[in-house]
Design a protein around this ligand. Structure first.
Ligand code: ADP
Length: 183
């Protein structure tokens, strides 16, 4: 998958299940133990198979705002980047900066491992309760800022699982690129 001229910002919003995407790396919305969980974490582990959990358990966990890489096992993706988003506690606990740092750190790891196409779920927007509209703005702004300084990533897919998430991501991207949002 390569960037095209019709998508100069190299960000695309897509729907559906992240585990099916044929990208170099998928990002997981993990928890600090990296021992698996529900939501997208559960879906990624189920699709990747038991080798993923085994590798994760050897990583010694991961602090909030950071990320660690494993293989993709039975996923189409070669790598899984496990990013630990913040739990939303009302906004006074540095949640916005921690969420931004998940996106930045994940993309740095992708570059380090030669992954040129990367797919993100809406980190922290499920069980962790981060408000989706603000999270989408942070996600899109952070990815766009990274891509401006890095030619080593061809395309970032941002997966909106469900209409509300997809629409929040599309609106955030449209306002960043100055185009009109979803109808
Ligand atoms: P967190 O604990 O970081 O909030 P969740 O997995 O609960 O993580 O939710 C993160 C986001 O991932 C939510 O928007 C959720 O709808 C979405 N999600 C859940 N399953 C999938 C999937 N298979 N593919 C893509 N996104 C998913």
């Amino acid at each position: 998958m390569a960037a095209t001229n019709s998508n100069p910002c190299r960000i695309e919003i897509v729907g559906g299940d992240i585990t099916r995407l044929e990208v170099d790396a998928v990002v997981n919305a993990a928890n600090p133990t990296l021992a698996g969980g529900g939501g997208v974490d559960g879906a990624i582990h189920a699709a990747a198979g038991p080798g993923l959990l085994e590798e994760c358990l050897g990583l010694g966990g991961c602090p909030t705002g950071s990320a660690k890489v494993t293989g993709g096992y039975d996923l189409p993706a070669r790598f899984v980047i496990h990013a630990v988003g913040p739990i939303w506690r009302g906004g006074a606990g540095n949640e916005e900066a921690l969420l931004a740092s998940c996106y930045r750190n994940s993309l740095s790891l992708a570059v380090e491992h030669g992954a040129r196409t990367v797919a993100f779920p809406a980190i922290s927007c499920g069980v962790y309760g981060f408000p989706i509209v603000r999270a989408a703005e942070i996600a899109v702004a952070e990815v766009a800022a990274f891509l401006e300084t890095s030619a080593e990533i061809d395309l970032v897919l941002m997966v909106g699982f469900g209409e509300e998430t997809r629409s929040a991501l599309e609106t955030a991207l449209a306002s960043l690129t100055g185009t009109s949002g979803p109808e």
